[in-house]
Design a protein around this ligand. Sequence first.
Ligand SMILES: Nc1ncnc2c1ncn2[C@@H]1O[C@H](COP(=O)(O)OP(=O)(O)OP(=O)(O)O)[C@@H](O)[C@H]1O
Ligand SMILES: [Mg+2]
Length: 323
Amino acid sequence: MKKSLSDRVTASYGRMTINDLRGITRKSSAEILEDIATVNGENPAFEGRRVSPVQSRSYLKSRGYKFPFKSVAFINLKGGVGKTVSAITLSTRAQQLGFQTALLDLDSQASSTLALDCRVSDDNLFFMDTWEDPAGLPEALVQVREGLFLLPSSLYNGMLDTVLNTPNRQKKAVSGSLMSLQNNKYDLAVIDCPPSLGTAVISTIAAVDTVVIPVTSDAFALHGLELTLGEIKAICSSFGVKKPQIKILFTKFDKRETLSSKTYEFLIMKYPKMLIPDPIPISTQFSKALDQNASIFETPGQYPAKKQYDLFIRNLLGLKEIL
Ligand SMILES: Nc1ncnc2c1ncn2[C@@H]1O[C@H](COP(=O)(O)OP(=O)(O)OP(=O)(O)O)[C@@H](O)[C@H]1O
Ligand SMILES: [Mg+2]
């Protein structure tokens, strides 16, 4: 039985406003309302001008979007660069857009699990329990929003290195889990990784179609980037799997700091194809949102960091081209 947290999740958390859709479609609010009413046979205005994930999904489908299955992992062996924040931000935004989304928390520190206020008990199953028989994964997922399901984590996942101890197990653990999600009609799998290159991260690299490496202007974060890139190449070649698409996401960008600008220049010169051109600015809104167990897309306000994540996510999900 899927466990639901719906009593602790307000309906507005999982819903976009008409204004959010306006940003995507460049249509007027009235036109969007009319479109949605035509597609869904109901008017989102009755829900405080918020669009439900179901309404958004059928709207996007009516515009030709096919919701192809996608898997995205956030990896950098340096801590504190924004892996968890990015994973939560992507998951909650995708859920609002109508993607059936699964967020797999593979970090034994369980930051995503805590951030989404998922209080685990003895009944919960973790990746340690599901990797070997991924057919059981959907049953282990906890519903945290309408259309957003979380595989929680705990310190128990710290044992993964002892069980994912052969190349064959590493190759199959995450890829089997993704296949199970795809078979169960999920559109998007998001993986929040620990700040290491342990076996769970190796397994993730061998399985996902996109790896996003968040970096900051910190020298260690850049070193983490180099090591992660080297590791991706080595793992994919030794496992004989296709290399994932790699994207570098510059987070906590502070335009007042020379170091931020210098790092940006370095990254754009060295990794012109991998670097996402618009960095995510530093903002206090992330910690404010986390304080409410929410993402920045679930708390009010328009500011540059939100705009840049929105752009990044639309590009990542292939929504920019069709809307
Ligand atoms: N753009 C940003 N502006 C300001 N603060 C941010 C930004 N992105 C993330 N943070 C903050 O930085 C801290 C670290 O972020 P996060 O937990 O996402 O990093 P992480 O890479 O997952 O760390 P770890 O490797 O320890 O899991 C958090 O307090 C988060 O709120
Ligand atoms: Mg984290």
